[in-house]
Design a protein around this ligand. Structure first.
Ligand SMILES: N[C@H](CCC[C@H](N)C(=O)O)C(=O)O
Length: 287
């Protein structure tokens, strides 16, 4: 049996495993554990599943401590980056080391992160609209372009997002409209599909967010790279001013995105849910 921990960042939930755990096939381990009906059990008996498994390797020989993060998704693919995952990783590493600052190594690059009173902040780097980087098949940035029925702006915030500004995210049938965009030919590596609507009621400015994720192939409760993508696209389209801290509200909580000279900071809460043991092949007993 393997000891695993469960964390969530604003409802985007992950199983956390040490990278040296004796797991032969990470893809099938994750496919099995992530399943919401037949996967990971809460110690109280409830089936919970997850949005993916974070395989983590701590290297405390450098300052700040580095953590190598590999996120395997419910379909068995590896995500280059995950904003909420990175926030979970920093929280996990803080529990292990007592440190507060970390560098998180991902396939998309290095991300400095800090565990603070106001939640966990990750320096997300500079979002890019460059068609080669998103990637798209176009020669120019894909900005407010009709794509499979949705007007989207394509931005890479560690992973590709197609962002659409809509009147009210609650009115959108995401499971119906997102898959054609997620698989559109213009995105050779696919795209996460993020819809946003402006919060104009009361005095609080911000965005409501919903994201349909590649790799999960469904909606998640929160998506950090998606929150950054909303603010980057809003900025590109002249909807917000530079350097403004923007609250973004996914279904699972509240994130804050702050633009900086060299990119964006993603901030929000993380919770450790429980620890349990699972078989090394991820096959949780049938009930
Ligand atoms: N939920 C993650 C994003 C995972 C990206 C992944 N779904 C992909 O691009 O394949 C986040 O908080 O940023």
């Amino acid at each position: 049996m393997i000891t695993v921990e469960k964390y969530h960042g604003t409802g985007n939930d992950f199983v956390v495993v040490e990278a040296d755990a004796p797991i032969e096939d990470r893809a099938s381990f994750t496919r099995r554990l992530a399943d919401r009906e037949t996967g990971l059990d809460h110690p109280d008996g409830e089936r919970v599943g997850a949005d993916g498994v974070l395989f983590l390797k701590l290297d405390a020989s450098t300052a700040p401590t580095r953590v190598e993060m590999t996120l395997v998704q419910p379909d068995g693919s590896v995500a280059e980056m995950c904003g909420n995952g990175a926030r979970v990783v920093a929280t996990w590493a803080a529990g292990r080391t007592g440190d507060r600052e970390f560098v998180i190594d991902t396939p998309a690059g290095e991300y400095p992160a800090e565990v603070g009173q106001e939640g966990v902040a990750v320096e997300m780097g500079e979002p890019t609209f460059d068609p080669d980087a998103v990637p798209t098949t176009l020669d120019e940035p894909l900005i407010e372009r009709e794509t499979e029925g949705l007007t989207v702006t394509a931005v890479n915030t560690g992973v590709p997002h197609a962002v659409a500004f809509v009147e009210d995210v609650a009115e959108i049938d995401l499971e119906a409209i997102a898959p054609p965009v997620r698989h559109a030919a213009v995105f050779p590596e696919g795209a996460n599909v993020t819809v946003a609507s402006e919060r104009t009621d009361g005095s609080v400015f911000g965005y409501d967010q919903r994201t349909f994720e590649r790799g999960v192939e469904g909606e998640t409760r929160s998506c950090g790279t998606g929150a950054v993508a909303i603010v980057a696209a809003a900025h590109e389209l002249g909807r917000v001013e530079t350097d403004q801290s923007v609250p973004v509200h996914p279904p699972g909580g509240r994130l804050v995105v702050t633009r900086t000279a060299d990119g964006a900071i993603l901030q929000g809460p993380v919770e450790r849910e429980f620890e349990t043991t699972v078989p090394a092949d991820g096959a949780v007993a049938e009930r």
